[in-house]
Ligand binder design. Sequence first.
Ligand code: BG6
Length: 456
Amino acid sequence: MKKIEFPRGFLWGAATSSYQIEGAWDSDGKGESVWDDICHNTKRVKNQDTGDIACDHYHRYKEDVQIMKQLGLKAYRFSVSWPRIFPSGQGKINQKGVEFYDYLVNELLANQIEPVITLYHWDLPLALQKIGGWENRKVVDAFVDYAKFMFEHYGDRVNKWITFNEPKIFTVWFYSFGIYDQRPDVRRGYLASMNVNTAHAKAIERYRKSKNSDGEIGITLALNHVYPNTDSELDQKAAKYVDGLFNRWYIDPVIKAAYPQDMLDVFSKRFNLSQIPKEDLKLLNDNPIDFLGINNYSCLRVSGKNTVDLSNIINMISPEKVEGKEYSETGWEVCPEGLYDLLIRVDKDYNHPIIYITENGMACKDEKIIYNIVQDEDRINYLKRYLQASYRAIEKGVKLKGYFVWTLMDNFEWIEGYSKRFGIIRVNNKTQERTWKKSAQWYQEVIAGNGFNIDK
Ligand code: BG6
């Protein structure tokens, strides 16, 4: 047995997002978000589940903060529902919505838990989706005004800010796959992601000009290490390509203030990219991040046997399961070495940024329950291996400063509805009762000991 001990001050946390847990979808003057519309008016969500009530966190936040306190969390990453603050996305402020986050932030601080706010975790005000969402530059301006309000109002108490959660995922879902308007077009997603980057840089600019600019601000990206299936030239070429599409396209602009040239070459053949405004790149350059948030769940294994072509993005990510590998309930490979390789690579290629793992966790069946405690050894095993990989990266000099488990409690898992359980706390959807899973007890010990025992 050997104990691995994390550096002093390592920030142990848990993450959630507004639409996935708050409920109270139309309470106290909140405006509709695009997810309210998707849930109410389309059949896209499994079992037609909605986030109308979700975990009812809006009314139970005090109880939830007590759970966090018992867990020993040092920090809590949550997102703010933009339409709770600005019901139409811009203009008139909803005082009750502002108060809700005041109460939450104050409750966290009173319990010695650091609030970490994500400004955008996908619940765009519906009014802004109706004018084109992230394809429309007016939405960029509205976001910057919203961000400015947030910094001025909460910045006296909040010192860590994340502009966006996973620009890749929401731009690909909404615009490349067209989950909202059913006009799928790969080009749309990539163009929208450039507007998001501009919004991100402008928000940082606002932050630095705000009266509360002494904290840290960054962005959270969904990154997966990409492995070629074999050493063949074709597979390696495909891996580099997928890495460009899914990783570099998102990290390069926020750290290097440039888009990767090989991707620009590919895109310029397919779409007209001549309009990347120079001032957007300058904004990115002038407004660097203080830290990079990484969400990581799995890795990608890529085969070049399909034509290396944009329309084949999905085919290139091998759909077949690899023998001997373990998979989560979402069908994703459990791949801790992928996190290690990713951290080492980001550190090396991007000039040693400060990193937080802002999400990592596993959906499990959670079927075995003894004395009301979910026996989720599979989740513990997963977390252990990913944390061990994180620790190894720290030992190699990676500036990893904290870890936020995804997620605090079972929640509304987007188009999967309530069918996937990711929480370390179980939530009974009917009674809203919260019960601890074994993984929560385990995580509590890890935090208390700033590490854990490993076999060798
Ligand atoms: C991330 C999101 O993509 O992954 C979360 O930020 C989400 O909101 C989580 O719940 C788990 O989802 P997935 O994609 O692994 O099913």
